[in-house]
Design a protein around this ligand. Structure first.
Ligand SMILES: Cc1cc2nc3c(=O)[nH]c(=O)nc-3n(C[C@H](O)[C@H](O)[C@H](O)COP(=O)(O)O)c2cc1C
Length: 180
């Protein structure tokens, strides 16, 4: 089996978002492992229509379907908005269905309580999409892992957790590739 393709999905699309800093940090750690092809997938690039409102033939929607199909597993970069995931991430999850099925995912979240409430909401959604979400969950504090809520300065202790999350995501992504 060749190397797995793992998408690091940025869950927020707002102007001034911090998610790219978190995604780049995860990718740097992941790339040093050499165990998969890791890429950042930015929902903002796809200009997805709200699910069901378009023709279904929008180029961004077709590209989104192709991108999710091409991936064996995911790392969701999750930020807490009103105790849940962003509307942009929910819409992106809803926009395709079979493309998610029988794959694995890890979650890296942030917020005032580490983004824990958003991450737990995401787990419920992933169950419906037949995505196996792994246990280890790096949870970053918007108070202590960011300066002025904007500049990402993660504490060293998170490195161990990110690698443990990736260990589990890679193992399950490989196992589920066999199932597919
Ligand atoms: C609409 C909105 C709602 C938010 N609600 C919460 C919340 O319920 N809990 C929390 O910890 N942080 C909340 N925040 C703060 C975000 O976690 C913080 O702004 C973070 O930087 C958002 O991620 P982003 O910069 O990648 O968009 C909220 C932010 C926004 C914009």
């Amino acid at each position: 089996m060749g190397k797995l393709n793992i998408g690091i999905i940025l869950g927020s699309t707002r102007q001034g978002r911090v998610s790219p800093q978190v995604g780049i940090w995860v990718k740097k750690i992941a790339d040093t492992r050499g165990d998969a092809n890791y890429e950042i997938v930015d929902i903002a690039d796809f200009k997805l229509p709200f699910v069901g409102e378009g023709t279904g033939k929008e180029p961004g929607l077709i590209a989104w379907s192709e991108k999710i199909s091409s991936l064996d597993g995911f790392v969701f970069i999750v930020q807490e908005y009103n105790h849940s995931i962003t509307g942009a991430l929910k819409n992106a999850l809803d926009s395709v269905r079979d493309e998610w099925n029988n794959k694995a995912a890890g979650i890296v979240s942030y917020g005032s309580t580490g983004g824990a409430r958003a991450a737990e909401h995401l787990r419920g959604i992933l169950g419906e999409l037949l995505v196996a979400d792994v246990r280890v969950h790096p949870a970053l504090s918007i108070f202590t892992d960011f300066e002025n809520f904007t500049t990402f300065k993660p504490a060293d202790l998170h490195l161990t957790n990110v690698n443990a999350m990736l260990d589990q995501t890679i193992a399950w992504s490989g196992a589920l590739k066999n199932l597919r």
